[in-house]
Design a protein around this ligand. Sequence first.
Ligand SMILES: Nc1ncnc2c1ncn2[C@@H]1O[C@H](COP(=O)(O)OP(=O)(O)OP(=O)(O)O)[C@@H](O)[C@H]1O
Ligand SMILES: [Mg+2]
Length: 183
Amino acid sequence: MREISLHILDIVQNSVVAKATEIEVDICEDKKLDKLTVVIRDNGCGMSEEFLKKVIDPFATKRTTRKVGLGIPLLKMAAENTGGSLEIQSKEGEGTVVTAVFGLSHIDRQPLGDMAGTMLGLFTAYEDIRFLYKHKVNEKEFFVDTKEIRNVLGDVPFQAPEVYLWLSDFLKEGEEELNQMEV
Ligand SMILES: Nc1ncnc2c1ncn2[C@@H]1O[C@H](COP(=O)(O)OP(=O)(O)OP(=O)(O)O)[C@@H](O)[C@H]1O
Ligand SMILES: [Mg+2]
């Protein structure tokens, strides 16, 4: 994968498949620590400890009864290639937290990619899911809770053209402001 945003999309899709009703996407770029941390938290079905081990390292088992997924191993590889790491906490019936840490200035770190477009796609594709999106760049923070937007909109869908355009501009502006901050 070329961009971190594509990994995020993949991990969020896992949460959707796990029937989450709330998904948190948290990105933190910290110049001082030289780290880019991505946390994706959901309240979906979760995984057993045993299953989780196989998910993180799909080649550790010769079991063929399950399709070998690559979303998580690819993210793990991308993070580790930058001196970072991947960690997953999960509890059956409670949810899952995926944390990926990247070396921010590492030469092999993929660009973050289009987070405004990624979140817009998710918000509109899964209107029934509450998304909490936070992106921090050093001291500055952009935060969106789709429940707050939903409360204002009432029954008007995110996909309604005027709402979609507004949402798109809102996300783009939020992201742009974060980057203007960079010194
Ligand atoms: N947030 C989650 N909640 C519950 N189960 C999960 C979650 N994330 C992953 N899993 C389980 O781990 C498996 C592997 O995930 P992974 O993203 O690596 O592959 P995949 O989604 O099966 O396939 P793909 O290569 O298309 O991503 C999933 O099939 C699912 O069973
Ligand atoms: Mg997946």
